[in-house]
Design a protein around this ligand. Sequence first.
Ligand SMILES: [Zn+2]
Length: 380
Amino acid sequence: MILPRPSGASRTNRSGPNQTNRIGHSGSNRSGHKRINGIVILSEAPRISLPPHSPSSRPEAANLPPQWRDPRISLLLLLVLLLPVPATAQKSGSTSPVTGQTIYTLTQQFLNVAPKRFNGSPGHLAAENFIKDHFKPEAAKGNFETDQFTANTPAGPQTLRNYIVRFPGKKDGIIVLASHYETNFPLKDINFVGANDGACTTALLIQLGAYFRAHPPTGYSIWLVFDDGEESVSGTWSDADSLYGTRHLAAKWYADGTLAHVKAFLLADMIGDKDLNIDKDDQSTPWLEDLLAVAAKNTGHSGNIFKYPAQGLGDDHIPFKKRGVPVLDLIDIDYGPHTASTPDGYHHTAQDTIDKISPKSLQIAADLFLETIRLINQRP
Ligand SMILES: [Zn+2]
């Protein structure tokens, strides 16, 4: 991913004069994380019928069956409505595979077997095997695809592989969840493991996959994309030297007609940061940004998104955006303290290690993805 640093020699991007360069902000003050106990703005939530004397009583209560107008029944209904909604059920649910802790633990396992995952390295192969090992049931059903291609990079041709995992739904259409899994080629000589940058989002997708295996989509199909070659190979980001995997896949899906069925492309990048603030991204599709805000409200995570003005973020969603797909990048680019020696914080440094991310942030990310998916499915 490219950071918005207009003055940066190697990472300039779209930041214009009206955009705020947030690099330099230190840790932010969190007031969020508060759950609203189910009294939330869920567009699908049944109407609550309150007792007649309640000032919140709504006119439509009069249309309810007589037995529902009983204040005691209404109270019961209210209690039922206070139970966690599906998207947040996994937060406390011991039966759900999607918890921040399981994602965190899986991130650690991924880092153990594939700490450095730059293109062409043994770690890159180990990362691929790690992903494949988690989707044997889908492979057995023909729902796991390897998309291998050769990228022409400044370091010569490189063999890269995207992985696509399909969870068929009931409605015609596809929601894609994507993350890159490799680490930077130009950082191959330092101990860069990308706990936040590539590893935890790979683990997030694997765990979301486990969720959809146990709870097959009832709306649109869900396709996971583990994409390769997100990072610049030369270290100097350019349109030609970045986003190799997603550029390849977007072109392929355009050619074979798949792209016309993609309702939304949701990207996860760098969202394990202990101090999580998901950025407002003016490259993402406005209605999806709006939906994310609703999802954050519904799950009690409004304090973890959109703290700063929108910025244009160069990331794996761009090739799909360019081909007309609605896209949403869930990313927190402000990662760790900014010092003279590390102006971008922990980003692309040997300090991007598992101790800098948290199960809590990964839980928030999982909640936001599941709720955003639910809201997309509700749209006409
Ligand atoms: Zn990166």
